[in-house]
Design a protein around this ligand. Structure first.
Ligand code: JHZ
Length: 396
């Protein structure tokens, strides 16, 4: 049974950066209610009413996975590690974005699946790219040209596809008997521990735990045989899945992770009710801190026009009355406006200058990379604000 535990209010599509804030474009802005629920049988945490993927993954998709050094390095290391452990003849990635993972493999050995046409365009001349949504039909189409796949990788994508049946039946069709499916997604345990409620937005239809993944894949004759904690996106889990009767042995570290999830109560509705209270508290603290700084005439900007910020800004009702603008390195976000709250987005070269007193870390998951890059800002007395794990002004 699905039980709701968190209401993050009226939200726009996290990726719908506006080109203009004319009356016409504001009128066509799409909103939905972001309500999060827990399934008491499968332990799956999900958006109660997912948005139609066709309005999310368009030819204007903004996120480029290569924008951070941290992610480039993480994907390079993951590719090497998987290559060494599984020695795949062929690798397929579901949700290949700008090719940041697949570029680490010989280009004749890879297949990319990327439904956002603008992203698929970026890689189609480098390696075989299917500009399609992942589903059973596509798995059959690929199998007409290729043999079964021994390594399927998908980072920050499986959690985005509402139809689990299409996802996993398609995977079951195409995975070889000895094959491995490797999934990475932000972990529910981290979200609960660090109160990163902004991991909930339209695209994150699911925030998985190992407990939930184990239950889900089991329904599709697949088996979770290993899992690993990774540091990306504020704490993620990497899941290793194979066919049910495959020889891959279940690992001790998987048992450890499953037990630790039970210990923190990821199989218990009460945990989520408690979390919802902490989220409300975080909102109050953030808004009162920003009000206080504004009353002292401080100039505050936000650093990184993340999808996560869409949740924070709209839930906390933070707009241009608090933030002058948001800075972001991504070309196709610059010159636009944040979804729902309409704060201008500018390049850091223009906006991250001496006039800024405080910068809210929208991209808090890259705190280390950003603090390292912005030493001069800190040296001259500029300060970062974060809401994760607690609302505070960073002193270091
Ligand atoms: P970042 C996206 O979420 C969407 P977002 C998606 N749904 C998902 O799951 C995750 O990614 C993986 C900028 N930046 O990665 C670049 C700077 O400006 O936290 C990005 O626009 N300066 C697929 O958007 C943004 O911040 C910098 O120094 O929450 C970071 O976005 C750095 C390091 C980044 O993901």
């Amino acid at each position: 049974m699905k039980k709701n535990f968190l209401n993050l209010g009226r939200q726009p599509i996290a990726n719908s950066f506006l080109s203009s804030i004319s009356k016409k474009s504001l009128k066509s802005e799409y909103f939905y209610n972001l309500i999060i629920s827990f399934d008491t049988e499968s332990y799956l945490v999900s958006v109660r009413k997912p948005v139609n993927p066709k309005i999310q993954y368009t030819d204007r998709y903004a996120h480029r996975a290569s924008e951070s050094q941290t992610m480039q390095k993480a994907f390079r290391e993951t590719a090497l590690k998987l290559q060494k452990r599984f020695k795949p003849k062929f690798v397929m990635e579901i949700g290949s974005n700008d090719g940041v993972f697949l570029k680490n493999f010989p280009k004749r050995k890879v297949i990319a699946v990327e439904p956002c046409k603008n992203l698929a365009e970026l890689t189609k001349n480098i390696f075989k790219t299917y500009p399609n949504f992942w589903n059973k039909k596509l798995s059959k189409k690929i199998l007409k040209k290729y043999s079964k796949i021994d390594l399927i990788f998908s980072a920050n994508t499986i959690s985005h596809i509402p139809d689990l049946k299409e996802t996993f039946q398609g995977i079951f069709n195409i995975i070889s008997d000895k094959g491995v499916l490797v999934i990475e997604d932000p972990s529910l345990s981290s979200v609960i521990k660090i109160n990163s409620y902004d991991q909930f937005y339209d695209e994150h239809v699911y925030v998985f735990s190992a407990l939930a993944i184990k239950n889900i894949v089991d329904k599709f004759n697949l088996r979770l045989f290993d899992a690993e904690k990774i540091s990306t996106h504020g704490g993620s889990l990497r899941y290793y899945i194979c066919k049910n009767d495959s020889k891959h042995k279940n690992t001790k570290r998987l048992t450890k992770i499953l037990n630790s999830e039970k210990n923190i109560g990821l199989n218990n509705f009460k945990t989520f009710k408690k979390f919802a209270k902490k989220v409300k508290n975080s909102k109050q603290k953030l808004v009162s801190l920003l009000k206080k700084l504004k009353s002292k005439n401080k100039k505050i900007v936000s650093y990184g026009a993340t999808y996560k910020s869409t949740t924070v800004f709209n839930y906390c009702k933070i707009d241009t009355s608090y933030f002058h603008y948001v800075t972001d390195t991504t070309n196709n976000k610059q010159g636009k406006f944040t979804p729902g709250t309409h704060i201008p987005i500018v390049s850091p070269e223009i906006g991250f200058n001496d006039s800024v007193d405080y910068a809210f870390l929208g991209a808090w998951n890259f705190k280390k990379e950003i603090l390292n890059k912005e030493k001069n800002f800190i040296k001259r007395g500029g300060k970062f604000i974060t809401h994760v794990p607690k609302v505070k002004i960073l002193t270091k």
